[in-house]
Design a protein around this ligand. Structure first.
Ligand SMILES: Cc1ncc(CN)c(N)n1
Length: 216
């Protein structure tokens, strides 16, 4: 059996992929022991990630080569703009993070890195490039969230962040992303490798930054 294109990219990204899905942030999140300071800093940074991520989803809608794919991206953009954004606002309230606090916190380097790579992928107008970054952002999160123990942490800030990334609809969307990349990626393997590997490195740096910025 020939190997799936998406799996070859994950393998090429090792050991960074595994270091990210097994990161201290992930093990503490699963255990419900991430400190409020680290969680607050991480979520402030990640809310900014979300803004650029929507731009990337817009590029996916624009560059996809089928109506079915456009519909799926459109529905997913609705979920991100709705329940995921609402999660952030509820989490900020629970953690006591005000709008003023958020405005006063500068971007961590990996946040700026993500904003740049997502803009860069969107600017290529290449569906393959956009899919490479989307597969990292959603596939890597689905990977660590799927490893979570069945018993969820008691704090909704931790529990919902896990469930947002391992629920059946999300897993189905991640499977769709991989099948799309398997289909169109081999027509542009170099660009896919480049975007995929850089995005995986940013995921690892993003988790590290939560401890640097949140003084964990
Ligand atoms: C940094 C990062 N990467 C991925 C995801 C999953 N959408 C996220 N929320 N943040």
């Amino acid at each position: 059996m020939t190997e799936r294109f998406t799996d070859t990219l994950i393998q090429a990204s090792e050991p960074t992929w595994t270091q990210a899905v097994e990161h201290r942030f992930v093990t503490e999140l699963h255990a419900g022991t991430v400190s409020d300071a680290v969680m607050a800093y991480y979520l402030v940074q990640d809310h900014r990630f979300l803004d650029s991520f929507l731009t990337l989803l817009g590029a996916a809608i624009a560059s996809a080569d089928t109506f079915d794919a456009r519909l799926r991206f459109g529905r997913f953009a609705g979920t991100i703009s709705g329940e995921e954004n609402t999660y952030f606002l509820r989490a900020f309230e629970s953690l006591g993070v005000t709008e003023e606090d958020r405005a006063a916190i500068p971007n961590a380097e990996p946040t700026t890195g993500f904003q740049s790579i997502m803009k860069e992928a969107a600017a290529t107008r290449s569906y393959a490039a956009v899919l490479a970054v989307l597969n990292v952002a959603e596939g890597l999160y689905c990977d660590w969230a799927t490893r979570a123990p069945e018993a969820l942490p008691p704090n909704f800030v931790h529990a919902e962040w896990i469930v947002l990334h391992n629920n059946p609809e999300f897993r189905e969307f991640v499977a769709f992303l991989a099948s799309e990349l398997d289909r169109v990626g081999p027509t542009a393997p170099d660009i896919c490798h480049d975007f995929f590997l850089r995005a995986v490195a940013l995921e690892l740096d993003f988790f590290d930054a939560a401890y640097e910025g949140g003084r964990g």
